[in-house]
Design a protein around this ligand. Structure first.
Ligand SMILES: [Zn+2]
Length: 277
């Protein structure tokens, strides 16, 4: 995955000459009324062959990706030009676009997205996407009613038929959830590892999550099971490990951060996976 960011040209090197040759050649070809091999022309001195053949064939005049050297501003040695950028990381290369003036784009590796997913009783599913180490998107699905109903009937022997009905509703919602998460194009999806959980609530959550995992699997969304240790108690803002859970809120006594507790848990899962997956 790559991303193009326009750089600032701080030294033009051969770019000005190449651009004026490009404009001249384009006008000349127009006047000649010929294209491609019919022209019988050869490239003007100093014009890269790639560019020449694009121009005579009427394609957008673009060069690259070309290798870059040195530190910001980066040197495109082949063209003797220097380009600076605000981005901290090193570009993979440079692309020169001569279709409307001279523009140089730097090619960066696109930041990857990791999604943390919390399955809970207040919000059935809470998903938070992290990119470049920061939360960038979040969404919640379902309400307390559906999951409480699910938990209640799960414990009753005569509740099985009710459970299978609820299960279908839940699965339908999970379909939506997974399609939406997949649209964020994540590198990985992090879930809590609920294998060890017990009790009626724990069992409900585990069944719900296994259903979600099945839907993810069917949609080709890759997921990882992360240790549930302190997921809900860690402050996603400062990293303090023993934050307070008050009703539906997470509160950090150290930095004062307050957030929805499901959001905080999902963000912690995403961050854990972002740095370790
Ligand atoms: Zn904090």
């Amino acid at each position: 995955m790559e991303q193009l960011v326009e750089g600032r040209i701080v030294e033009y090197g051969k770019l000005n000459k190449i651009y004026s040759d490009t404009v001249y050649l384009r006008d000349y070809l127009k006047a000649l009324g010929k294209v491609g091999n019919q022209t019988g022309l050869s490239p003007p001195p100093g014009m890269p062959k790639q560019l020449f053949s694009q121009i005579v064939n009427g394609a957008p005049p673009r060069l690259g990706p070309l290798p870059v050297e040195g530190d910001n501003p980066y040197l495109v040695k082949e063209l003797g030009c220097k380009v600076s950028t605000d981005r901290g990381e090193r570009p993979l290369g440079a692309i020169v676009d001569l279709s409307k003036g001279v523009r140089v784009y730097l090619v960066f590796e696109k930041p990857q997205t990791v999604v943390g997913v919390d399955v809970g009783l207040r919000h059935l599913v809470t998903a938070v996407a992290v990119s470049s180490g920061r939360p960038v998107k979040a969404r919640m699905w379902g309400d307390e009613k559906l999951s409480m109903e699910f938990m209640r009937f799960l414990g009753e022997p005569q509740g099985l038929s009710r459970v299978s009905g609820l299960r279908q509703r839940v699965e339908k919602m999970f379909e939506e959830v997974v399609v939406y998460i997949a649209s964020w194009n994540p590198k990985a999806v992090a879930l809590e590892n609920l294998r060890e959980t017990t009790g009626r609530m724990g069992t409900s959550l585990r069944i719900l999550q296994e259903t979600l995992e099945k839907v993810m699997y069917n949609h080709g969304v890759k997921y990882r099971r992360m240790s549930p240790l302190n997921t809900s108690r860690i402050c996603s803002n400062c990293g303090y490990r023993k934050g307070d859970l008050v009703g539906s809120l997470f509160q950090c006594p150290v930095c004062g951060y307050v957030a929805d507790r499901d959001y905080n848990a999902a963000l912690n899962l995403a961050l854990k996976c972002y740095y370790t997956c």
